[in-house]
Design a binder for this molecule. Structure first.
Ligand SMILES: [Zn+2]
Length: 416
């Protein structure tokens, strides 16, 4: 199992980094940062390392909207020193993923120094890289260690902090969907990991006000929760504990924007907004009585395979083959398999209702997002009105995972 040690969040991040590199005999470094994160922290890291006599090269990526794409990765490949060195990623998710990819592909390790509590991917082993406008997660490596400077995190732009909050409370429906997937679709489930993730969610909801005020206490709670969520994924081995229908919708919106050459939005900002809509979907499930359920199941028909593939083509265009491959277990469902699924829904209806009952009402979620400074409307995410629903209509095809949207389709409950 990957061991990231230490993971430090506090006021002495640079001092802890210096102790760590001395203890591990590391003496040659390549700092990767951007025009915002170098002045915020990278410059001080460089000065401290050079002041200790180490050899340091800094690669500062230019421009205010850095993407994890070929261009930026190539910048780091070209400007990084040859020979042994340890990379240090000083930035939010994007800089971390670029560094994760380049360090791994050049056979070197990296240390993470997150500058914003914006995503739960700092400890991940995968790097989502945009190749020819399509985001692909490439298996790379986790950091050796993480040193997060609390003051830098607290001074991060509010939009990034709000995005971190959105990514984190998005786990409310990730967990609900995961539990449902374990009951209805035999997905592997780990109750201890689910409990850890739930505790992290509870902590950020409890601290929503102080996160919105960017107090050190609030920002620390948020960063700790994001790190815990990242470790849950690492320990479980997939993103399942931290990704459900809310993430699928967000991924769909992002893919669409990339395809159209439009500016993307912060991942967590989209996830938080999507969560309000998925929570509304759970509210619709809560309203279904057992008698109503039986009528709906009576009327339910196995989706036609050819029509499903055409629907996927409509939503994904040239990516249709990849999506069909991922979605095959659903597409290949036989009448007997569909019947079995309907029986499972009946058998587990009380459990499903209990899962749905734990998802807060959409207004409660929107209020928490608002407190933390995260967007709650499609307008504030730069989506068009007619782009919202396709995130749900097509997003669920992205993974072979059972979500409330899959249940809604079986029961004939409109999506989104
Ligand atoms: Zn996420």
């Amino acid at each position: 199992m990957t061991k990231i040690d230490p993971i430090y969040v506090g006021k002495e991040a640079i001092a802890h980094l210096l102790n760590y590199v001395a203890a591990h005999g590391l003496n040659r470094f390549c700092i990767v940062a951007d025009e915002n994160t170098f002045p915020a922290l990278g410059g001080r890291v460089e000065t401290a390392l050079k002041g200790t006599g180490y050899d340091v090269t800094s690669v500062v990526l230019e421009g205010h909207h850095i993407h994890t794409d070929e261009h930026e990765c190539m910048q780091v490949f070209i400007r990084a020193p040859l020979g042994p060195c340890t990379f240090i990623a000083v930035g939010s998710g994007t800089i971390t993923d670029i560094t994760r990819f380049v360090s791994h592909r050049t056979g070197r390790a990296f240390i993470g120094m997150p500058t914003a509590p914006s995503v739960d991917g700092f400890t991940s082993i995968g790097a989502p890289i945009i190749l020819a406008g399509v985001k692909t997660t490439i298996l790379c490596q986790a950091p050796l260690a993480v040193f997060a400077d609390l003051e830098t995190l607290a001074n991060a732009p509010q939009a990034l902090i709000g995005a971190g909050f959105g990514d984190m409370i998005g786990k409310i429906t990730s967990l609900a969907d995961w539990k449902m997937g374990s009951l209805l679709w035999d997905e592997p489930y780990d109750a201890a990991i689910a409990a850890r993730s739930q505790a992290a969610i509870d902590s950020v909801i409890h601290n929503a006000d102080s996160i919105g005020q960017r107090s050190e206490e609030g920002v620390r709670a948020l960063m700790d929760a994001l790190i815990e969520s990242g470790l849950c994924m690492l320990d479980f081995g997939t993103s399942r504990p931290a990704s459900g229908a809310e993430h699928h919708a967000s991924h769909y919106w992002e893919m669409k924007r990339l395809k159209e050459g439009r500016e993307t939005q912060f991942h967590g900002a989209q996830v938080g907004y999507a969560l309000t809509l998925v929570a509304a979907q759970y509210a619709r499930i809560r309203a279904i009585t057992r008698a109503d359920l039986m009528n709906r199941l009576e009327a339910a028909a196995l989706p036609d395979r050819a029509a499903e593939v055409e629907n996927i083509r409509g939503g994904y265009g040239a990516m249709v083959d990849d999506i069909v491959k991922e979605h095959r277990p659903f597409l290949d469902l036989t009448e007997a398999g569909f019947d079995q699924l309907k029986h499972k829904i009946v058998d587990h209806w009380d459990d499903i209702q209990a899962i749905a009952a734990r998802v807060p009402a959409p207004e409660v979620i929107a209020a928490a997002l608002d407190k933390a400074g995260a967007p709650t409307t499609w307008q504030s995410l730069g989506l068009d009105a007619d782009e919202v629903q396709p995130g749900f209509q097509y997003g669920h095809y992205l993974r072979n995972r059972f979500t409330v949207l899959k249940l809604s389709r079986v029961l004939g409950v409109p999506l989104g």
